[in-house]
Design a protein around this ligand. Sequence first.
Ligand code: PBG
Length: 330
Amino acid sequence: MIGNFPLTRMRRNRLNQMTRRLVAENKLSVDDLIWPIFIVEGENIETEVSSMPGAKRVSIDRLGAYIEPAAKLDIPALALFPVTSKEKRDPTGTESYNPDNLICRAARELKKQFPEMLLIGDVALDPYTSHGHDGIVQNGYVVNDKTVEVLIKQSINQANAGIDIIAPSDMMDGRIGSIRQALDQAGFIDTQLMSYAAKYASVYYGPFRDALESGGLLKGDKKTYQMDPANRGEALAEVELDIKEGADSVIIKPGMPYLDIIRSVRDKFDIPIVSYQVSGEYAMLMGAIQNGFLQKEGAILETLLCFKRAGANAIMTYFALEAAKLLKTQ
Ligand code: PBG
């Protein structure tokens, strides 16, 4: 203090917008965004997911028009999620490696219309199994190694259809190494692996399971393969293994309640990190926004920027299109 005056005035760096721009440590841009899309069988369908206001299930014939604004705004990547009808589901998820399944048809169509846009394919069996689990169930337990064999077929199938980035979200052990090897042997040496390395058994996936119509089918929970929300060190071990096995980038999921995990991984590893602001986080924010409890633009841009501050390189979010529009007009 000099007399009554503080020597350091932190507020000088916040004085006006120009100064704030100059000193900002992090910045959100359209380059950071991945837009998850739900694809449904049939024609002329574009229906809202009831627990995710604004997010839609879209049929392939309408995908072009639905994606066009995202392509125009230069969003770099889409993550595709198929809604598989009950008749096509079975205990071992065979539809996952059908070359004409929904995701493969959608990928071929999207590549035709938007050749440069990156397509991310989720690899796990839950959209295809009659019991809603991510793998093959024996005696009530999701068995690891047999599941990995199917995940390999699913990955090759997606790569064949033009998916650029394989994103295993199943949490089986050893699948990154096995899928990498199989992709390389099949000649897909440039197909990227974006591993859901730290994926927690979370209540926040509820609305997503509604969207995929797999929630009602699921018997029990996913706690024997997805991580315990109590653990942080275990996430570092998972990431380390996936890097060793050949992951090109890692996903941490969910997002907002797990910013500490993003920071821990950022401090320890030099690998691109993707955070996933999942369906339940979207539902929570949209619920508050629609009730007038939160201001929409502010809520979207602040939550996404916080992922950057925590250390993420990219963000999967159902707000991607909205955010891209807001960033353009800012
Ligand atoms: C499938 C998968 C899930 C999500 C992404 N991939 C659901 C789950 O594991 O039950 C959740 C995404 C979201 O909630 O937005 N394995």
